[in-house]
Design a protein around this ligand. Structure first.
Ligand code: 9MR
Length: 383
């Protein structure tokens, strides 16, 4: 009987990919399990939320957030530019609504991000003449920033991305204003500040392209050195901004990073999305400063994915999620960077006006078949 169920499940999956059948949202079967339930024995399943979704103006997305995910992170509203627009002013409306949503739905709540060189408010690094402030002044401003936010959500936010993207792909430190003003130890100082807020939250380092061996080692050495001074870094977030090609990054390199980072604490797959679109330099996974001019050749699927590309995307998701399941002893959370394809930043970066298909739910809010295929394969008896 069980085998018959498996075969019919597999058959359904193949039919669903080939004929884009809308398998979950429109017609949930009676035995329907949410994506979070499917993965609950392995890790929490998260999504980043846009301000619209936090404010509840997208009711279909709200349904998915409530039912399909058990962890949330704000896509933008806790970034320093949004939450701390001028030195004397914090903007709480969206962040409060985000935390409230998470509390009322009993979700794991992740804060993103206390210190990131991008989307920083202009006042943070300069004095009133526009010159860089001193190391001491910047550290004091960082302390006020982090402590005010962390203490407001103490007991509510479960973990913070304390530092985001401080290491370059070659493993050296990014020469951001934090680095230029504070110096080589700025990340250590940031974690020390976050720790001194004395909240319940876990403290994370988060970065993209972590499968690049030099970057992997750069991050490993940075975090290990901070921990060796008795300063907490509880886990490392591997941003999952990858592309549809299996070799970039390869499963082998991703696995090596999971194993390496797990020597230091928990590992999280954060910001997962798979772009199917061409781009001259796909290896630049999420370098936000990049952009390029729109050309039709860079937007080949405005009206839907051809079957072969759809299948390739499906298989890429399968191999990634199977890897994360294999290492679920170390991986505590897998978070998609967005709820459904239509909202994804991939549609507007590094080229605006494209149509991408990167997430677990499509433009019609239907769950993609890879989730159910994984469910089926997880239930298969091991021989
Ligand atoms: O998805 C985010 C997009 O809406 C913003 O415009 C952009 C700049 O703030 O940031 C995007 O999210 C980034 C995340 O915060 C950090 N890692 C890379 C993500 C994609 O750029």
């Amino acid at each position: 009987m069980k085998n018959a169920t498996i075969i019919s499940g597999l058959g359904m999956t193949i039919l669903c990919i080939l004929f884009s059948c809308k398998d979950s949202h429109e017609n949930p079967p009676e035995t329907y399990l949410s994506a979070a339930e499917i993965f609950q024995d392995y890790f929490t399943l998260g999504a980043s939320l846009s301000v619209n979704q936090i404010q509840g103006t997208d009711s279909l997305a709200s349904n998915l957030i409530e039912t399909e995910f058990n962890s949330i992170v704000p896509e933008n509203c806790m970034k320093s530019e949004a939450i701390h627009p001028s030195e004397a002013e914090f903007f709480w409306e969206d962040a409060d609504a985000f935390v409230q949503l998470g509390m009322s739905q009993k979700k794991e709540i992740i804060g993103h991000a206390l210190f990131w060189h991008s989307q920083c408010p202009p006042w943070l690094f300069v004095d009133d003449k526009g010159n860089h402030v001193s190391r001491e002044v910047l550290l004091e401003r960082m302390k006020i920033h982090a402590h005010t936010i962390m203490k407001r959500y103490d007991g509510k936010v479960d973990g913070w991305d304390v530092v985001n993207e401080a290491v370059l792909d070659d493993g050296t430190m990014r020469k951001s204003p934090f680095y230029e003003i504070i110096g080589e130890d700025w990340v250590e100082q940031a974690f020390s500040i976050a720790q001194s807020a004395q909240t319940d939250a876990e403290l994370y380092y988060n970065d993209y392209s972590t499968a690049i061996p030099e970057k992997r080692e750069g991050i490993y050495n940075l975090v290990r050195q901070i921990q060796s001074k008795g300063i907490r870094v509880d886990g490392i977030g591997m941003q999952g901004h990858v592309n549809i090609n299996s070799d970039d990054p390869s499963i082998d390199n991703l696995e090596k990073t999971i194993q390496r980072f797990s020597e230091l604490g928990t590992v999280m797959i954060t910001e997962l999305d798979i772009t199917v679109l061409p781009w001259p330099d796909l290896s630049k996974a999420a370098e936000i400063s990049l952009n390029a001019e729109y050309k039709e050749e860079y937007n080949p699927y405005p009206d839907g994915l051809p079957e072969d590309v759809s299948l390739k995307l499906h298989n890429r998701y399968m191999e990634l999620l199977n890897l994360f399941i294999k290492h679920s002893e170390d991986i505590t959370r897998v978070t998609f960077w967005g709820v459904y394809d239509g909202q994804s930043w991939r549609n507007y970066w590094p080229i605006t006006g494209r149509t991408d298909y990167p997430l677990a739910f499509d433009r019609k809010y239907n769950r993609k078949a890879f989730i159910d295929s994984l469910h089926t394969s997880l239930n298969q008896p091991t021989i």
